[in-house]
Design a protein around this ligand. Structure first.
Ligand SMILES: Cc1cc2nc3c(=O)[nH]c(=O)nc-3n(C[C@H](O)[C@H](O)[C@H](O)COP(=O)(O)O)c2cc1C
Length: 183
């Protein structure tokens, strides 16, 4: 396959099946990082303890039935908790909530006190925690868990919803950086 050469400084990262070099993690990250996502906080309560973590690997899946998924790294505390509890929430973050995203992705934050600085309340149907700052929240009950390498893909029925009537912009994440919408 012919690949246009545009010089070493701006050479495109290119891997094909014909290439003898395997795709590297860095290349994979760079390519996937071009896909902009929102940011949400996935949360659950297991045996009386609230767990939450920052998630970009969230997507809607199906309208009939209403299904969503999150990809959860198997080594996270949230992983064990969500598989055990079977119910969880998603709080979609607005663009002034970068600090929230950073906190819930920080390694070693205390499990028990991780919600201490962030106002939250129990969601209506499941009672699982949702953040007051969210622009939308979804309540989910796990339907299936699929192996996804170092992550599990947690597919769930949506059993509750709330959308902020105020028109607030979402927090974006692209190429490893937080961004805001600029129309
Ligand atoms: C912007 C961003 C997006 C993230 N998305 C995910 C994700 O989709 N799935 C995941 O398992 N971890 C994701 N993480 C990493 C977790 O938030 C992080 O490992 C967290 O600390 C895990 O919780 P724990 O410390 O309680 O184990 C993301 C981190 C950041 C900063």
């Amino acid at each position: 396959m012919a690949v246009e050469s545009i010089g070493p400084e701006s050479e495109p990262s290119f891997s094909s099946a014909a290439s003898s070099a395997p795709v590297s993690r860095d290349e994979f990250r760079r390519a996937c990082g071009r896909f902009a996502t929102g940011i949400c906080i996935a949360a659950t309560t297991d045996r009386g303890i609230d767990y939450a973590m920052t998630v970009s690997a969230f997507t809607s899946v199906s309208l009939d039935p209403l299904l969503v998924l999150v990809c959860v790294e198997k080594i996270t505390r949230f992983h064990e908790a969500v598989l055990s509890s079977g119910a969880w929430t998603v709080s979609v973050l607005p663009d002034d909530a970068e600090d929230v995203s950073r906190w819930f992705a920080e390694k070693g934050r205390p499990t028990n006190a991780q919600f201490a600085d962030y106002r939250h309340h129990p969601a209506e149907v499941t009672g699982m925690p949702v953040l007051d700052i969210a622009t939308a929240t979804l309540e989910c009950r796990t339907r299936a868990v699929y192996d996804g390498g170092d992550h599990d893909i947690v597919l769930a029925d949506v059993v509750g919803l709330w959308t902020d009537p105020r028109d607030r912009d979402p927090l974006l994440y692209v190429e490893g950086r937080y961004r805001r919408l600029a129309d």
